[in-house]
Design a protein around this ligand. Structure first.
Ligand code: GDP
Ligand code: IMO
Ligand code: MG
Length: 424
């Protein structure tokens, strides 16, 4: 069976969780490979909503293995809270089906402190608008080679020693730069210990779990978080997250080979949203933007912030196709566009007096582009019950066909509502 990677092609919140939940039915294991609980993945089954931040979106399907790869940053407190919430729903969250790589870096309480202290000292235009979940500071420690890994939780002596080491520099910053109280290593150790002990049975070898699933003929589903334009290298730097969100990281972030990635599905929201700071060329500040925001229920699944809304941007999508190599597109939230008289698609940018097809690579270049639009007719019909291509109004089909033409990639999945069933 072919392994599948699902990734976000825009700035996150494209509906990855919903599509992963749907594809999980035919998979034997689902793996998260980057990001952490900055993600908010919403699944709706028979009208009941479930928001996941850390545990893979396959968890609602009994028996499927849910794996957390080495590329993830895991907050042990949030992990335990999520376990408890899922257990309350009657789901099996035992170590029989859930596994955390020993190489996964863990978010410590001081990472969250650095995240918020740093944001609060920035002026409004410089604020990244992070989720405040300690994501960046945890990845920093990983790169700085003073990070704590989930496997360290099985060795209490090492854990305390590493916390002490990690706090040496941070306490200087807390005291002298951010003006907050220094943090006591022993107190952190004692705060984290109960969660660490709970996490130990879940530790495992995710590389081997993926390999075994494949050897048995099972399909592995790789669940991306965030979106391509939040990628640390290829996104709108510095207004990005701190991990590589592109599909190549599905291999290194989980411990398999790029040759194990067969089908690559780009999740594309039928319009564009962004939450937090940073440039957004097709952003709308008018009634059409308000319509998308309200009708699409565009509030962040993690922080509850209002999402900024705008037209579909093919420059953004073209770059995502080039970086991720999708074998198909999954278009989500098409239903939200019902009722708009005209729809615009941004096909290129004007930048420094020239027409460009790809995002400029200079820092903040995206803030200085002017979108070039083409206009397509909209449709009035409610399409939330559509079950096939033929059920869509002609103008909706034309909109999808235009996306195919402009991206050069086939639309394989269409989503017309939040429920698992509202997909064809
Ligand atoms: P993710 O982070 O990419 O998993 O996306 P989020 O869950 O943060 O945001 C997507 C939102 O849109 C969630 O509230 C979903 O329930 C909802 N959603 C997903 N697909 C559709 C769709 O086709 N139509 C509508 N109306 N809502 C959808
Ligand atoms: P999912 O997986 C949308 C954004 C934040 C901020 C920037 C950096 O649900 O699509 P961070 O806390 O990662 O350091 O914040 O990235 N961001 C997201 N936006 N969806 C997400 O995840 C996001 N995860 C981070 O708003 O602008
Ligand atoms: Mg989300």
């Amino acid at each position: 069976m072919a392994n599948i990677v699902v990734f976000g092609s825009q700035w996150g919140d494209e509906g990855k969780g919903k599509i992963v939940d749907m594809l999980a039915e035919k998979s034997s294991a689902i793996v998260r490979f980057q990001g952490g609980n900055n993600a908010g993945h919403t699944l709706v089954v028979n009208g009941e909503q479930c928001i996941l931040h850390l545990i893979p979106s396959g968890v609602l399907h009994p028996g499927k293995k849910c794996l957390i790869g080495n590329g993830v940053v895991l907050d042990p407190i949030v992990f335990c809270e999520e376990l408890d919430k899922l257990a309350e729903k009657g789901l099996d969250v035992s170590a029989n089906r859930l596994m955390i790589s020993k190489k996964t870096h863990v978010i410590m309480p001081y990472h969250c402190l650095v995240d918020s202290a740093r944001e609060s000292t920035k002026s409004d235009s410089k604020k990244i608008g992070t989720t405040g979940r300690g994501i960046g500071p945890c990845y920093e420690d990983k790169m700085h080679r003073c990070g704590i890994r989930a496997g360290d939780f099985a060795n209490k002596e090492l854990l305390l020693e590493k916390i002490e080491k990690a706090l040496e520099e941070k306490n200087v910053l807390f005291k002298h730069l951010y003006g907050v109280e220094p943090v006591d290593a022993k107190a952190i150790y004692e705060q984290v210990l109960p969660y660490a002990e709970r996490l130990v049975p879940y530790l495992g070898d995710v590389s081997s779990a993926i390999q075994k699933a494949n050897e048995k003929g099972g399909q592995v589903l790789f669940e991306g978080a965030q979106g391509t334009h939040l990628d640390i290298d290829h996104g709108t730097y510095p207004f990005v997250t701190s991990s590589n969100t592109v599909t190549a990281n599905a291999a290194s972030g989980s411990g398999c080979s790029p040759r194990d990635l067969d089908r690559i599905i780009a999740i594309v929201k039928a319009y564009t949203t962004r939450v937090g700071g940073g440039p957004f060329p097709t952003e709308l500040f008018d009634a059409d933007g308000d319509y998308m925001q309200t009708k699409g229920g565009e509030f962040g699944a993690t922080t509850g912030r209002k999402r900024r809304c705008g037209w579909l941007d093919m420059v953004v999508l073209r770059e995502s196709v080039r970086l991720n190599g999708p074998t198909e597109l999954a278009i989500t939230k098409l239903d939200v566009l019902s009722g708009l008289k005209e729809l615009k698609i941004c096909t290129a940018y004007k930048y420094n007096g020239e027409l460009v097809d790809y995002p400029p690579q200079e820092q903040n270049g995206m803030a200085y582009v002017e979108p070039v639009y083409e206009t397509l007719p909209g449709w009035d019909e409610d399409i939330t019950d559509a079950k096939s291509w033929d059920d869509l109004p002609l103008t909706a089909r034309k909109y999808l066909e235009r996306i195919q033409e402009l991206s050069g990639v086939t639309v394989g999945i269409v989503s017309v509502g939040p429920d698992r069933e509202q997909t064809f």
